[in-house]
Write a protein that binds this ligand. Sequence first.
Ligand code: AMP
Ligand code: MG
Length: 406
Amino acid sequence: MIPVSQAISIILDLVKPIQDTETVTLDNSLGRILAQTITSELDFPYWDNSAMDGYAVKFEDVINSNSENPVTLEIIEEIPAGIAPQKSLQSGQASRIFTGAMLPQGADTIIMQENTQKHDNHVVILLSPKSPQNFVRKKGQFYQAGSPLFSSGIAINAPEISVLATAQCPEITVYSRPRVAIISTGNELVTPAEKLHPGQIVDSNQYALAAFVSSLGAIPLKLGIVPDNRNVLLDKMKQAINSADFVLSTGGVSVGDYDYVEQLLSELGGEISIRSVAVKPGKPLTVANFDNGCVYFGLPGNPVSALVSCWRFVKPAIHKLSGLSGNWLPKFIKAKCCQDLQAGGQRETYFWGQLQLVDGEYQFELAQGSHNSGNLINLAGTNALAMLPIGTTMIQQGEKVLVMFQ
Ligand code: AMP
Ligand code: MG
C-alpha cells in the first residue's frame, strides 16, 4: 500500500496532456480547454464612450457650475448608442448622449442627466463634475490591442466566452476531448433494463463513471459489462486500450479467484505502477500504462469506492490529460464537523456528506445512514468528502476537519 499523495504523483507523472486540437465556434466552446494564445487587435473599450445617460461636455466649461450659478450649454446633437457622433464639440456646447454611445470629438466629461435641466436646445448644468473624464469609459482602459488576452490551457466558461465574443473571435482552437473507455467487470452484473435474477446486481458503475467522465469534458466510451472470464476480459481490455486515452474498469482488482485485471494488464504489456493505496474507501486501485500512452485505472467494484477513487485519483489525471494548465489537485477546505468521525488510522479515510456555509463558517454534515462502500444510496445528495489522514482515529463533533469539495 502506498500513501495517497504518492499515488497521485505517480499517476500525474504517467499522464501526457492531449496534443490534438480542433476548431470550435464560440457556441460550442463551453467547457473546452483553449489550445492557443488569444490576442485581439481591438482595444477594449473600442472607443471612448459614456457610462451614463446625460450630456457630453468640456470639463473646463462646467468646472465652476453649480445649482446657484449654473452654466448653460447649447445642445448641438444627440448621440444614441451605436451611432457615431457627427459634430465636434466647441466651448459652450454639449451633446445629448446615452449609455454606451461614443464620445464626440472635443468632449472629455459626461454630466449625468439627473444633474441637468433641458430647455429646448439648451441644457443647464446644475453640478460640477469631480474630474475630467467623469463617467467616460476610455478607449483601451480595460485591454490594449496586441497584449495577450488568454493563454493556452484555460477552461472556457461564460466569462471567457463573453471576452472572446467582444474580441471578435468567433472560432477558437481547443484541445480535443479526451476519450475514456469504461468497462464493468463481473458475472453478477446486468443492465438496468434486464430482469434481475437471484444473485445479480445492476451495473450502476457504467452509468456513474460515464457521468463523471462527461462532467469533466471528456468523452465516455461505454464498453459495457464483461463477465469474469479471462479471454473475454482480455479482448475487451485490449479493445479499450487501443481506442482510448484512459481506461476505467471497475471490479476484478481484489484478491478473489475471479479478479483477473492485474494479471491481464501485465499480459497485455502494461507497466503496473500502483497495486493498492492506503485509502478508504478504494484500497484496491490498479494503475498501469501502455506504450501507446494509454493509462489504465482498475478501480474497485463497490459503487462508492469506484466514485470516490474517481474523484480522488482519476479527476486530477483527466484535468492534466485534457490540457488544462495549473493545479490539477482537488481542493480542500477546513470545516467544522457536525458529528464525530472515527477511522482505523491505517488508511487515509473519506466520509461523504454536505459541506455548507452556516453563519460564515463552513460545516461538514455527515450523510445519514450507513457509511459502507457498498451503500451508494446515501452518496446521492452529497457534495463533499471529509478526510481523516493516516494516524488520526477520531475527529470529534465541533472540531475542524479537512473537506474535499467538488
Ligand atoms: P469486486 O471489486 O469485483 O470484488 O466487486 C466488489 C463489489 O462491488 C461487489 O459487491 C460487486 O457486486 C459490486 N460491483 C462490482 N461491479 C459493479 C458495478 N459495475 N456496478 C455496481 N456494483 C458493482
Ligand atoms: Mg467482481
